[in-house]
Design a protein around this ligand. Structure first.
Ligand SMILES: NC(=O)c1ccc[n+]([C@@H]2O[C@H](COP(=O)([O-])OP(=O)(O)OC[C@H]3O[C@@H](n4cnc5c(N)ncnc54)[C@H](O)[C@@H]3O)[C@@H](O)[C@H]2O)c1
Length: 308
């Protein structure tokens, strides 16, 4: 592995970004992190990263680029809460669009060699056909996923300015360190409630489905595209459709409880069915998920068990 490359991970104190930073350090890269700790946590930070507590919208971001001169930027900082994006689309766009443009302008200025962007399968909206493939039409139904799509489009422009990029359209990622606050990920939210002895809430009838990807598999996909050609977009998921009702049963089984849910009305902007084809990533990147849901859930439950 090449170890003299410098990597910048924005959002590196967050759930996925911190696992990514750990993995890159293990592979002997030099890693700097920018994070404003809005949802990220200092304790997620590996002691070997160079940490800059900064907002991605700040003008001071330029100083970090000037100092660090990163070869590769993983831009994982974002406002990720769909509900918040509906309540305040302007704030959401300021972070996810304008903040990202601030990072991209610096990537252009400081001649970053590769920009890796975690997009979302949310960009497809409620897809009629499953599994979702990259060529499907794009119909974002929440301000959050509109910001993801917007940045994908901007990347086309930045490519014309010499910036190489790859977009990873991730399904629902779960694992240790995921926040159970606010919307969080449903697995984190359920585990947090159940382990505390509270009833989990299901919005809708629980028959809605998701494609759950373990965080190590998500990180592995990100490292696979560090040197891949520019302009590619990959779906990253498991091609497995899990209903929320089934997920709850599985979690109850793993933590040896029988916690019944409280049902509440469906939420706006919610996708009904999701299953993501990773055929392209398998073919071109030789990537495929290594974790099945029960193995990933066990590891996640173990972690939540320790912090609750
Ligand atoms: N978790 C998922 O299922 C999923 C799926 C698809 C895409 N993604 C994307 O992956 C990335 C990481 O998501 P995550 O689940 O780890 O969420 P997270 O909230 O744990 O991580 C985001 C990090 O960005 C930081 N941040 C937020 N706003 C910032 C700002 N203005 N300036 C600097 N730092 C800021 C937060 O403090 C946090 O550490 C996001 O871009 C998200 O949209 C996540």
């Amino acid at each position: 592995m090449i170890s003299n490359k410098k990597i910048l991970v924005t959002g590196g104190a967050g759930f996925i970004g911190s696992h990514l930073a750990d993995r890159l350090l293990k592979e002997k890269y030099k890693v700097a992190v920018i994070d404003n700790l809005s949802t990220g946590k200092k304790q997620n930070l590996n002691s070997k990263v160079k940490f800059y507590k900064l907002d991605i919208q700040s003008q001071k971001i330029a100083e970090v680029f000037r100092k660090e001169k990163p070869d590769i930027v993983f831009h994982f900082a974002a406002q990720i809460d769909v509900k918040k994006s509906i309540e305040n689309p302007i704030k959401d766009a300021k972070i996810n669009i304008l903040g990202t443009l601030n990072i991209l302008e610096n990537c252009k200025k400081y001649k970053v060699k590769k920009f890796i962007f975690p997009s979302s399968v949310g960009v497809y909206g409620n897809s009629k056909n499953l599994p979702i493939k990259e060529e499907f039409s794009l119909n974002s139904i929440s301000p959050y996923s509109v910001t993801k799509l917007t940045i994908e489009k901007y990347l086309n422009y930045y490519q014309s300015q010499g910036l190489s990029y790859t977009c990873l359209r991730y399904s629902n990622i779960y694992g240790p360190r995921q926040s159970a606050k606010g919307e969080g990920g449903v697995i984190a939210v359920f585990l947090n409630k159940i382990l505390k002895g509270d009833k989990p809430i299901i919005y809708g009838d629980g028959k809605q489905t998701r494609d759950f990807l373990y965080v190590d598999d998500a990180v592995e996909a990100a490292t696979k595209v560090m040197y891949s050609p520019s302009g590619s977009v990959y779906n990253i998921g498991t091609n497995k459709e899990i209903s929320i009702n089934y997920l709850l049963a599985l979690i109850n089984n793993i933590v040896k409880k029988d916690m019944r849910p409280i049902f509440k009305p469906f939420r706006q902007g919610e996708i009904l069915k999701s299953r993501v084809s990773y055929f392209k990533a398998k073919k071109e990147l030789k990537w495929q998920p290594k974790y099945n849901l029960s193995k990933g859930l066990k590891q996640t439950a173990e972690w939540f068990g320790k912090i609750i």
